[in-house]
Design a protein around this ligand. Structure first.
Ligand SMILES: O=C(O)CCC(=O)C(=O)O
Length: 269
């Protein structure tokens, strides 16, 4: 169990994000990386033979794997799948370690301290920013991506786990403090080569107000679904792997088809 102090809670409510240091052990970080690398090596084994998929994403046993644009376009040839991928997602229910992690009491205690006793687990994804070619994630808010209303603060928490040390050079997270209170600024779909994003009204963003949150492997950064956030391209020789879990308060209204079939998780005591 990880308890947030009153100061940490107040900081999260004021800024819309909060770094919680040294939550995962080095062994746990290595175990998650090992799982991800296993899926990448199996799902993208073709790279070793110099073959590149002709689509942006491939699926392996229900797990999605999205190539970095530079690899997909052939601009850069990478044979090692762990150095070629932008994103891998949907491991919950496929991999036992990730399935356990989603229900880990340290994670759930952090999430329910913010969202209340009952939450939906919505999604998992790892963003890998390989050395030299990892693309930026433009400024955005998360909730507008998700089939939930209202687009308002304190209904979604992202649990962003550093699996490598994340620095200004390899693309650590950046936030505009307090912007979770600014309403829905999402405007249109934009593209970074083959990768689509929901962009926000850039005139509202003053990059000089952005706070870089460097993190050591094993640290967690929590952020609200409405806070403006960004990560820069990785121009360094070091990878920047992060694993992200998205949780939604069951007080939010589901706007997708039928009934939501996301697992409902409760505070552990
Ligand atoms: O890890 C990153 O670079 C971006 C993560 C992000 O934007 C998110 O979790 O919404």
């Amino acid at each position: 169990m990880v308890n947030l102090s009153p100061e940490q809670r107040a900081q999260y409510e004021r800024d819309g994000f909060l770094a919680v240091r040294r939550v995962l052990t080095p062994e746990e970080v290595q175990a998650i990386k090992h799982v991800l690398a296993g899926y990448l090596r199996t799902g993208l084994g073709m790279l070793r033979a110099g073959e590149v998929p002709d689509t942006d994403s491939v699926f392996y046993n229900g797990v999605g794997i999205q190539l970095e644009p530079a690899v997909l376009s052939g601009k850069v040839r990478v044979e090692d799948p762990t150095l070629a991928v932008r994103k891998i997602w949907n491991l919950y229910g496929n991999d036992p370690l990730v399935t356990r992690l989603v229900q880990d009491e340290r994670i759930l205690s952090l999430v329910t301290a913010i969202l209340g006793d009952e939450v939906w687990f919505f999604a998992d994804k790892a963003l890998l920013k390989p050395p030299h070619i990892g693309v930026e994630k433009p400024w955005h808010q998360d909730i507008p991506y998700f089939p939930f209303e209202p687009k308002a603060p304190y209904l979604h928490v992202a649990v962003w786990m550093a699996l490598d040390d994340a620095t200004a050079q390899n693309g650590c997270m950046q936030y505009i403090p307090g912007s979770h209170q600014w309403g829905n600024l999402t405007t249109e779909t934009t593209w970074t080569e083959s990768v689509s994003h929901l962009a926000v009204d850039e005139s509202r963003i003053d990059p000089s107000k952005s706070v870089l949150v460097e993190a050591k492997a094993g640290d967690i950064v929590l952020h609200d679904g409405m806070v403006l956030h960004y990560s820069a391209p990785n121009r360094s020789p070091h990878p920047r792997w992060a694993f992200i879990l998205d949780f939604i308060s069951t007080k939010a209204r589901y706007t997708g088809e039928g009934e939501p079939d996301y697992p409902v998780l409760c505070r552990t005591r």
